[in-house]
Design a protein around this ligand. Structure first.
Ligand code: SAM
Length: 299
């Protein structure tokens, strides 16, 4: 995913908007919303997808929304049909039960981080600012990017940078980090950039975007959370219920693809993942790497 501020995330006034929803129509159409149904948005963020779900829900419909980032709460609409659950979607089933919801008609997840998270300098997600190396979506969680850089072994750093960031010289960068952290602590973005300067290959902006993506995925255990959520959703969906998942990383898409391959549980609605149109990419560069997969729970 791009680490730059997306064009569409800037209003005419120049004030950044919280987030511009990606593949909005495609995802909502994929859910095939029943007006009286119960729906879950696992990744509420700026609430763009949720607003579109609410538009199609009647008075008896219900929407439960998850976001592990407390900042998302300010985007909640004043709407009795909505319940906000400020938790990681890896605990989907547990928290739905807590709200006395056992089965639902549809589940949506729009993975990764919001533009707002990138644009808040102090969250440490963006290479554009100097700040503490944080990158936690859930600030109640203990492990920050600085902790990962300080405590991981060379091998762990190497594999993380290779898998999650597709960093071409991951081994060299991992060795550089370990060498440099022994000389001085690395706790801010600028300290990190300076410490690994000699290992940077190609365009530094692109290079650091890949490195930061890897750190972010690791800090938030994004693929682990996705796998746990995908394991829970067949039991949570009513027969005929639908799951729509938007991913931004090839490994993430692979995890979704593998989960939906189980023919005993799923009938694919999108045979191949749906991607944004050129017009959407033009308007919102963040949508560039998005892939939507939709599946229907078999009867
Ligand atoms: C791409 S944004 C979603 C944007 C939203 N669809 C919209 O239209 O504004 C992803 C959001 O999901 C949240 N998130 C990511 N992973 C999560 C997880 N495992 N559990 C709960 N929330 C998560 C992030 O904090 C972020 O606010």
């Amino acid at each position: 995913m791009s680490n730059s501020k997306s064009d569409a995330a800037i209003q005419n006034s120049g004030i950044p908007v919280y987030h511009v929803p990606v593949l909005l129509k495609e995802a909502i159409d994929g859910l095939c919303i029943k007006p009286d149904g119960i729906y879950v948005d696992c990744t509420f963020g700026g609430g763009g997808h949720s607003a579109a779900i609410l538009q199609q829900l009647g008075n008896k419909g219900r929407l439960l929304v998850f976001d592990q980032d407390a900042a998302a709460k300010k985007n909640l609409p004043h709407d009795d049909r909505v319940t906000f659950i400020p938790e990681n979607f890896r605990h989907l089933q547990r928290f739905l039960r807590l709200h006395k919801v056992l089965q639902v008609n549809g589940i949506l997840a729009d993975l990764g981080v919001s533009s707002h998270q990138f644009d808040q300098a102090d969250r440490g997600f963006s290479t554009r600012f100097d700040a503490a190396l944080d990158m936690r979506m859930d600030q109640r969680q203990g492990i920050t990017a600085a902790d990962v850089i300080r405590d991981s072994t060379t091998h762990q750093l190497h594999k993380m940078l290779e898998r999650y960031g597709e960093v071409t010289n991951a081994k060299t960068l991992a060795a550089t980090i370990v060498q440099q952290r022994a000389l001085a602590p690395i706790s801010t973005i600028n300290e990190f950039k300076l410490a690994v300067k000699a290992a940077v290959k190609g365009n530094p902006q692109k290079y650091f975007a890949q490195v930061f993506q890897a750190l972010r995925i690791q800090v938030n255990d994004e693929f682990g959370a996705l796998q746990e959520m995908l394991l829970q959703i067949p039991a949570l969906l009513l027969p005929g219920g639908r799951a729509a998942i938007i991913s931004f990383h090839s490994l993430e898409d692979r995890i979704v693809k593998v989960a939906f391959k189980d023919k005993e549980r799923w009938e694919p609605i999108t045979k191949r993942p749906q991607e944004p149109t050129e017009a959407e990419v033009q308007k919102n560069s963040r949508s560039r790497s998005a892939k939507l997969r939709v599946a229907r729970k078999v009867q």
